[in-house]
Write a protein that binds this ligand. Structure first.
Ligand code: AZA
Length: 295
């Protein structure tokens, strides 16, 4: 007899924009995010017996997201995710886990005539702030915060040598190379026993996000990187040291290759080694280096 061994359902790609108006200073702050809500619980009969009495409609999840966004702060996204996830497990007896993920886009305030503009913003790159908040009945609220699609490049200060050399190896040893990657990083918090515990730590989320970004930039720029592996490990170590409530840090870094172009066939033009100036950026294949470092 087949059984439903795992099931979750919900609404994905719920797009939400919120403006916060400071009447005193006539300054607006705007937030835009994409929310996904997935619920788990005693819902197997909805699959096996067409029993919709256990189904909270996915449209209701979308409406709930809008209502919660109206009634609560949407920033930090860790808090909003926890509020939303907690709502579903506390409102519906048969729902035991709610998974909320949030992708927050960047709307950075414009500087106009040397001053921050009160209500004009620009999309400051493809970088996103991520949050996964899972409310688990009887356990608490698990939160992973993160950064994605933060594209970085350094034009020197990176090496890769002394790797395995055998009959399959074509890659030369390099002592000075371009290093470019799109940073995907996350940090998992110690489980919060309840929503109150998340609220009690609300001041830590924005600061840890900024710190993780600062550490990523600083080590990327300042390290004489011997490999992606070693540089990302050092980033993890520093984030763990910076925030005691974080238990694991993970990075996933594609190695975006820039190939030298030999132009010596054209009138002996020198464009390799120390003479390399014009490179061919590669879109694929790319290296992909991942790590999780735990306390
Ligand atoms: N790590 C690097 O930093 N660069 C590389 C690798 C690797 O594992 N493989 N090729 N190039």
């Amino acid at each position: 007899m087949p059984t439903v061994s795992a099931a979750r359902y919900g609404k994905d790609n719920i797009r939400v924009y919120k403006v916060v108006r400071d009447e005193a200073t006539k300054t607006h702050t705007v937030y835009e995010m994409i929310v996904c809500v997935l619920l788990e619980g005693d819902i197997a009969t909805s699959y096996t017996e067409a029993d919709n009495s256990v189904v909270v409609a996915t449209d209701s999840m979308k409406q709930t997201t809008y209502i919660m966004a109206k009634q609560h702060p949407v920033n930090p996204p860790e808090l909003f995710g926890a509020i939303l996830a907690n709502h579903f497990v506390t409102t519906y007896k048969h729902i035991h886990t709610a998974h909320v993920s949030i992708i927050q886009h960047r709307w950075t305030r414009m500087e106009v005539e040397g001053k921050p503009h009160p209500h004009s913003f620009y999309r400051d790159g493809a970088e996103k702030r991520l949050v996964n908040a899972d409310a688990i009945e009887g356990k608490g609220i698990e939160i992973r915060s993160g950064i994605s699609e933060l594209l970085v490049l350094k034009s020197t200060g990176s090496m890769f040598h002394s790797f395995v050399r055998d009959e399959y190896t074509a890659l030369p040893e390099v002592y000075d190379r371009i290093l470019s990657t799109s940073v995907d990083a996350g940090w998992k918090w110690n489980i919060f026993p309840d929503l109150q515990a998340v609220q009690d730590n609300v001041d830590k989320f924005d600061g840890t996000h900024s710190k993780a970004r600062e550490i990523t930039f600083r080590l990327f720029a300042l390290e004489e990187s011997p490999s992606v592996q070693n540089t990302m490990y050092k980033m993890c170590e520093e984030i763990l040291a910076a925030q005691p409530l974080v238990q694991d840090v993970d990075y996933s870094l594609p190695n975006k290759h820039y190939f030298e172009i030999d132009l010596s066939w054209h009138k002996g033009l020198k464009n390799t080694g120390k003479d390399a100036e014009v490179y061919a950026p590669q879109s694929d294949p790319n290296g992909l280096i991942k790590v999780t470092v735990s306390r």
